[in-house]
Design a protein around this ligand. Structure first.
Ligand SMILES: [Zn+2]
Ligand SMILES: [Zn+2]
Length: 449
């Protein structure tokens, strides 16, 4: 892990800079842009070669600014300001294809939240680069994209500077017209080109995209397991209140159906399942059936289920090093946990499965490897009978094989169903629940990282 990080620290750093969102403020020398960026990276321990591309309507940019940038090895792209984000993103995607990680990306923009966030977060969940961000206006909400560091643009420009010797001379083509796909070598020829009739015609005839083109929207789902995940552990956090056991369905079939569906995709690792629900309402025969097939039963009132599922996943994640697979079976948990799971996935390698009782109306920011409709998942034919493994001493194998009964309101557990049922109607439990319900507040933070 640290080896990978070390490599990233000396690896390439590519910078995409929206000059309109984040101009060089008055009073700051344009020559400072590159050394300031390099200085900021040095402070973070990153010393790889830095390439910087500045995007904007360069017809508006004074010549002395263009000269200052190009003389410090900043590449300049001419693009209409309404297309800046879309073109920057196309360039980023292309760069990612050409430069496998470990490598570092820096984006200087105010549009991270509104424009790049969703698609870039999903890209990052598949292939993770170190991401740095600078802005002149701080995003108003938390980002799905996991960033290593964020800077205020003006502050960064006032910060430490560092000069690398070899970068400025390296770039042979520094000016690019996006409309004409044309490179110019000097400020003079670039400015001249931008004022030609030929260029003006291209601006009209060859409009650039104004909307970000999503790369991840068409990515397939339910693809076969990659070798590293094929035998890795799988943990399932199941919200029974939203995805219940259908009438007439034998609860003993839940585990084999899930395992059968996983097997169909090539996943054969050990599966642990926790079934959350208000189990005062769950028929005892279901509870018995679940536990007899090695499914842990966890009691929580509906308003507590998401937070208990979150704790369950978090705890399991902490105890099980990646690569692993985590699965949520829930309709609503994604709204609360999706962003957090997506951020976690950018940091740690793990696979994500999701089952829901109805298809979500919009694609989640969580990048899943497989999704199922709950009903069709339960219809998967059984491929394997669950064998109760004998307790071999380690606490983990007990949990995996016997199906414990947890009260997630009192944080207690029982091995036997009758004791669990008794607990749920005990005075101790009832008073605990009433205290918890009174103190139920919005203080729950669904943040993994
Ligand atoms: Zn042109
Ligand atoms: Zn209890």
């Amino acid at each position: 892990m640290s080896g990978k990080n070390d490599a990233a620290k000396t690896g390439k750093i590519a910078v995409w800079w929206d000059m309109k969102d984040c101009p060089v403020p008055e009073g700051i020398d344009d020559h400072r842009v590159r050394p300031s960026i390099e200085g900021a990276f040095k402070e973070q321990g990153y010393s790889g070669p830095v390439s910087i591309t500045a995007y904007g309507d360069q017809k508006q940019t004074p010549e002395h600014v263009l000269r200052a940038l190009s003389s410090t090895g900043v590449a300049v792209v001419h693009i209409g300001s309404e297309s800046t984000c879309a073109v920057m993103y196309l360039d980023m995607v292309k760069w990612r294809e050409d430069n496998p990680p470990p490598a570092t990306m820096m984006i200087i923009t105010n549009q991270m939240l509104d424009v790049f966030n969703w698609d870039l977060a999903r890209l990052q969940q598949r292939t993770s680069y170190n991401i740095f961000l600078a802005y002149s206006i701080r995003p108003v909400a938390a980002l799905f994209v996991y960033t290593r560091k964020e800077w205020l643009w003006e502050k960064l420009l006032h910060g430490t500077t560092s000069t690398s010797v070899d970068t400025a001379g390296e770039l042979s083509t520094v000016f690019h017209c996006e409309f004409c796909s044309l490179d110019c070598q000097s400020v003079k020829s670039f400015k001249k080109h931008l004022s030609t009739k030929k260029h003006a015609i291209e601006e009209v005839l060859n409009p650039q995209p104004t909307q970000l083109i999503s790369v991840t929207k068409r990515w397939g789902k339910n693809y076969a397991a990659t070798p590293e995940y094929a035998t890795a552990k799988i943990h399932v956090s199941w919200d029974m209140s939203e995805c219940p056991i259908p009438d007439g369905y034998d609860a003993r079939r839940v585990r084999p159906s899930l395992e059968g569906a996983f097997k169909e995709l090539g996943y054969s690792g050990p599966v642990s399942i926790t079934a959350f629900g208000d189990h005062k309402q769950t028929p005892e025969r279901h509870l018995h059936a679940l536990s007899s097939t090695g499914i842990d039963v966890a009691h929580a009132l509906p308003e507590f289920i998401y937070s208990r599922m979150f704790d369950d996943l978090k705890q399991w994640r902490d105890n099980n090093p990646t690569p692993t697979t985590m699965m949520i079976i829930s309709d609503g948990a994604e709204i609360l946990l999706g962003g957090s799971l997506a951020r976690l996935k950018q940091l740690k390698k793990y696979n994500l499965f999701w089952a829901y009782s109805f298809r979500p109306w919009k694609m989640s920011v969580m990048l899943t490897s497989a999704e199922w409709l709950w009903d069709s998942l339960l219809a998967v034919s059984e491929t394997k009978r669950h064998v109760l493994r004998k307790c071999s001493g380690s606490s983990e194998s007990v949990v995996e094989s016997t199906g414990m009964f947890y009260c997630k309101m009192c944080f207690s557990k029982r091995k036997r169903l009758d004791k669990f049922v008794k607990h749920l109607s005990s005075k101790k439990h009832i008073s605990e629940v009433s205290i918890l319900s009174l103190s139920l507040s919005l203080c729950d933070q669904y943040i993994f990282v």
